[in-house]
Design a protein around this ligand. Structure first.
Ligand code: DAH
Length: 421
């Protein structure tokens, strides 16, 4: 088994984005800001207003419990593990010879153009579907990755930058997946003189050029240095990967407690991405990494929900600039409940997962499919899920969980059209 500790999103994203087929025509649809024209200018202070994310547009699939998470700014808190890791990464980049501009307060609402089209993510890519992504309306969504800001910064003339922020994805539920998490993106464009030998090259000619190799080598050296800065000397392994917005693309794994863990995706920025960002004469690299995964490893934080807790027993353990091991203050017992139902043809697992978090909140620790079969006569499929309920700060009673489970049962019947068995 490769990565049992699938601690964060890079692995799953890499998979999701790489499932893409080759894209058709693309270009920048002109609707970049039409939907937000009348809105007051957004700023970090306004992001925490849930009404920005909730509306009755037919495409809106942001539930209130997700809207309530936006704008918490964990990555900008100096003594929050997410903020501490982010600062440590910035500290490393500050030692490099090029100056990296740091962005950390972009609007988490982006357009489909920013999040997908500008990055060559094709219209039929699974990562764009409403089963994976939170849409505010047809044209805007909660960013699914910080890569959504690459093009705007490139277009505005930035050459070297870092960009950190909260990102949102509908996903499975377990100790390492949470629908909101944080990423940090890095981009470096090389000076034109250094790339002059590859002027005008495209496709294969470009990717087999010495200049493209120079960028890959610099990218790998830079990121290996970052890993050493974070983890001390660690074993590392590079493999080829696929992202629509970089070519070649790579993933980096590090060895942690005997296991290989994917920590980031990266690559040489695709020439078409640079063209669309009005930087056709430049070349460079980009990478994206998940802050939760790094923080879970560095601080030994066992459950991703802890990052969002208000519990002082969590927060009092962390200080600006210090990486310290988390001391679990309690482990309350879990309550397990199974639920089995016949599913309709259009059943979307993520809708069900989300419904459980909507009903019971963060005490839903894990949801797993434990049984599935199709009755050939009826032509129907049954799925049975085990839900682990556990609070991080108190003991749960069987009665309260039964009540929640009953509400969930009712809700899935009404809203998802399943037939509970
Ligand atoms: N956006 C990708 C993700 O969420 C990560 C990533 C991969 C970012 C390659 C990059 C990159 O900038 O070059 O999985």
């Amino acid at each position: 088994m490769k990565v049992s500790l699938s601690l964060l999103a890079i692995a799953q994203t890499a998979e999701a984005w790489s499932a893409s087929s080759s894209r058709g025509t693309f270009g920048r649809p002109s609707a970049l800001s039409s939907t937000v024209e009348d809105a007051p200018p957004a700023s970090a202070e306004t992001y925490a207003d849930p009404s920005r994310y909730l509306n009755d547009h037919p495409s809106n699939n942001v539930p209130p419990h997700i809207a309530a998470l936006v704008g918490r700014g964990l990555h900008t808190r100096p003594d929050h593990p997410i903020g501490i890791v982010r600062a440590k990464i910035q500290e490393y980049f500050a030692t490099l010879p090029h100056e990296y501009v740091v962005y950390d307060a972009e609007d988490p609402i982006v357009t489909t153009t920013q999040c997908f089209d500008d990055l060559r993510i094709p219209p039929d890519h699974p990562g764009r579907s409403p089963s994976d992504t939170y849409y505010v309306n047809d044209e805007t969504l909660l960013r699914t990755h910080t890569s959504a800001h690459q093009s705007e910064h490139l277009r505005s003339g930035a050459d070297c930058f870092l960009c950190a922020g909260d990102v949102y994805r509908r996903d499975e539920i377990d100790s390492s997946h949470y629908p909101a998490f944080h990423q940090l993106e890095g981009v470096r464009l090389f000076p034109e003189e250094e790339m002059a030998g590859a002027d005008g090259l495209k496709g294969e000619e470009w990717t087999s050029s010495d200049e493209c190799a120079t960028i890959s080598v610099d990218l790998k050296n830079t990121l290996e240095g970052l890993m050493d800065h974070l983890f001390g000397e660690t074993e590392k392994k590079w493999s080829e990967d696929y992202f629509p917005f970089t070519t070649p693309s790579f993933e980096l794994e590090i060895k942690y407690e005997g296991e290989w863990l994917e920590v980031l995706g990266c690559g040489v920025i695709h020439e078409e991405v640079l063209q669309m960002a009005d930087r056709p004469d430049r070349r460079g690299w980009a990478f994206g990494l998940g802050l939760e995964r790094l923080a879970m490893i560095l601080f030994e934080i066992p459950d991703i929900r802890l990052f969002w807790t208000d519990d002082e027993r969590f927060h009092s353990q962390f200080k600006e600039g210090q990486i310290t091991k988390f001391k679990p203050y309690s482990k309350f017992p879990p309550v397990y409940k199974d639920i089995a139902f016949w599913i309709p043809e259009d059943f979307v697992e993520n809708d069900f997962f989300e419904m459980a978090r909507g009903v019971a909140g963060d005490i839903v620790e894990r949801m797993e499919l434990i049984d599935e079969f199709t009755n050939p006569k009826k032509g129907k499929t049954s799925k049975c899920y085990r839900i682990t309920y556990r609070s991080m700060d108190r003991s749960l009673t069987n009665e309260e969980i039964d009540a929640l489970q009953d509400s969930l049962r009712e809700k899935v019947e009404v809203d998802l059209g399943v037939e509970v068995r």
